[in-house]
Design a protein around this ligand. Structure first.
Ligand code: FBP
Length: 264
């Protein structure tokens, strides 16, 4: 664990990562509703919003687009990722080294761990290598802690999410990005299990403004430090509007109603 409050990943101890690795993880289907969202520049533009602390992308997007935004946007380089074309047991190829992430200008790195997968052992070993290299470079590590696999599938039950948060602490992540476990009290358990590792909520598929903001509010009230979100921002016609509302909930401790009103 390294202190991350003074790194660009945090503002006043809170976090809002804009995730845009879906072109790899899910494929073009995620861009169908808003075709302009296939253009990475649109998300980089959204990431210039003051609420956004970092943008999380794969190496290729970072190489091609980050040079135009490095003065205005902080970069989190995702180190592993797999396409949805892969039909095997959950796994994630290491696509980028920490050294190269640092060369690209990243100030933090992200790594997916599928706890419960038959590939967990190898993934944990790869994480160990990445985490120790990140320490050498002084880069915070965000773990996409997503238990899934033969026996688990895409599980969001409270005990599993609490375990995911704990796994991130035990393995040395600075931030655990976990799915919302369904209630504020379940998120409180996850936060407690994560100890000094900060917990952020994973955005999930697109929902109404209110439903989405309520889950974020529950996370913050549970002691979570914020959000790492993709689709609920850039699948909207107006990403700035929801970022205005998120800024209120995450950084200003506003209610959902206040945040919705501020975003009008
Ligand atoms: P969303 O806010 O769109 O859920 O993005 C978060 C994220 O972790 C992305 O970084 C990643 O591409 C995607 O979700 C993976 O989702 P899943 O593996 O659950 O389909």
């Amino acid at each position: 664990m390294i202190p991350i409050d003074d790194t660009p990943l945090c503002r006043n101890g809170k976090v809002l990562i804009l995730a845009y690795d879906h072109g790899l993880e899910h494929g073009p289907v995620d861009f169908e509703g808003v075709p302009e969202s296939a253009d990475p520049e649109r998300t980089f533009e959204a990431a210039t919003h003051p609420a956004v602390t970092s943008v999380a992308v794969q190496k290729g997007i970072a190489e091609a687009y980050y040079p135009s935004y490095e003065d205005d946007v902080d970069l989190l380089a995702k180190l592993n990722g797999t396409s949805n074309l892969w039909m095997g047991e959950p796994d994630s190829a290491v696509n980028c080294s920490v050294e190269y992430a640092a060369e690209l200008g990243a100030s933090s790195v992200g790594f997916t761990l599928y706890g419960g997968s038959n590939n967990e052992i190898e993934m944990a070993e790869e994480f160990r290598e990445a985490q120790e290299a990140a320490r050498e470079h002084g880069l915070p590590v965000v773990m996409w802690s997503y238990p899934r696999g033969q026996g688990l599938k895409n599980d969001t039950k409270p005990s599993t999410i609490a375990y995911a948060a704990r796994q991130a602490l035990e393995l040395g992540a600075d931030i655990a990005k976990v799915k919302h476990p369904g209630s504020q009290s379940a998120m409180e358990d996850a936060v407690r299990m994560a100890g000094k590792t900060k917990v952020v909520m994973s955005g999930g598929s697109k929902r109404s403004d209110r439903a989405f903001l309520e889950s974020v509010k529950q996370t913050v009230d549970a002691g979570g430090k914020g959000l790492a979100v993709g689709r609920n921002v850039w699948q909207r016609e107006n990403p700035e509007r929801i970022l205005d509302a998120l800024e209120q909930v995450i950084f200003e401790e506003a209610s959902v109603d206040e945040a919705l009103a501020a975003a009008e």
